[in-house]
Ligand binder design. Structure first.
Ligand code: ATP
Ligand code: PRP
Ligand code: MG
Length: 224
């Protein structure tokens, strides 16, 4: 472990993404007695202080959380199952399903597209997605041939403009699909966010991490 990446003091660094993960993690942190004293929506700072001088919060992109934790630049973090499956989970201990940011990973197509028939007839489908590993695995397990097109966001646009026949994306209320005249044709898996912990940090900083992990675990079972 390099000196540059693994902090050796007993301070803890938590990696979070802005938006729903940050918002939904705040009550869990409070259950562990930690209050973030700066707001990432109004501050341009990327390292936020908390009421505990021994705990700081890194604000990173959702898909970068596992990387910061894997390399020990953060001791722990919160990431969606979708993101973790794409990352692979290497070097990460995943002790708690936090039950937050719940949604599902689904296949969706233009309202007029007969997905079932296309699949039954063995058509080769073009599928646009940010989640290429999950999508590849899903279609391979069904024996469906696909050409995957990697996108980084707004997947719902792809079928509308003929870039793809289908998308694989997360769905919650279904509002985005409806607004774009798409229909959900297959649910791949339920998604929620997990606590992820650097494996070395878990050993070296167990005394600091363990009570926080336990508080998160307890508070997450109280999620509505
Ligand atoms: P970025 O904006 O950096 O591309 P992102 O769009 O994945 O990342 P968020 O939208 O904050 O970032 O999503 C974080 C996590 O929340 C996702 O990995 C997923 O598990 C979950 N999620 C995404 N969209 C929804 C939603 N509409 N409802 C509930 N949970 C969601
Ligand atoms: C996510 C996801 C879908 C939408 C699904 O987007 O990428 O587009 O939520 O939610 P719904 O079923 O409730 O409409 P998000 O709100 O994170 O916007 P983003 O494009 O900035 O990721
Ligand atoms: Mg999003």
């Amino acid at each position: 472990m390099s000196i540059a990446t693994q902090s050796t003091d007993q301070g803890l660094i938590l990696a979070l993404s802005k938006g729903r993960i940050f918002e939904d993690t705040l009550p869990l942190l409070e259950a562990a007695g930690i209050v973030v004293t700066e707001n990432p929506e109004t501050s341009r700072k990327l390292i936020l202080a908390t009421n505990d001088p021994g705990v700081r919060v890194l604000i990173v992109r959702a898909s970068d959380v596992p990387t910061y934790v894997q390399y020990g630049a953060a001791d722990f973090g919160v990431a969606g199952k979708d993101v973790l499956l794409e990352h692979g989970g290497e070097g990460l201990y995943q002790p708690v399903d936090l039950n937050i940011a719940r949604c599902r990973m689904s296949v969706a197509v233009n309202a007029g597209f007969d997905y079932e028939t296309a699949v039954r007839q063995g058509a080769r489908l073009r599928v646009a997605t940010k989640f290429v590993n999950t999508a590849r695995q899903h279609f391979a397990s069904k024996g469906v041939h696909v050409d995957l097109i990697k996108l980084y966001g707004s997947m719902e646009l792809a079928p509308l403009v003929g870039l793809s026949d289908a998308i694989v994306d997360v769905v919650s209320t279904g509002g985005t699909l409806r607004a774009n005249n798409l229909v959900e044709v297959e649910k791949i898996m339920e998604i929620s966010s997990r606590l992820v912990v650097n494996q070395a940090a878990l050993k070296l900083k167990r005394a600091r991490l363990q009570p926080i992990i336990e508080a998160f675990e307890k508070a997450s079972t109280l999620q509505p």
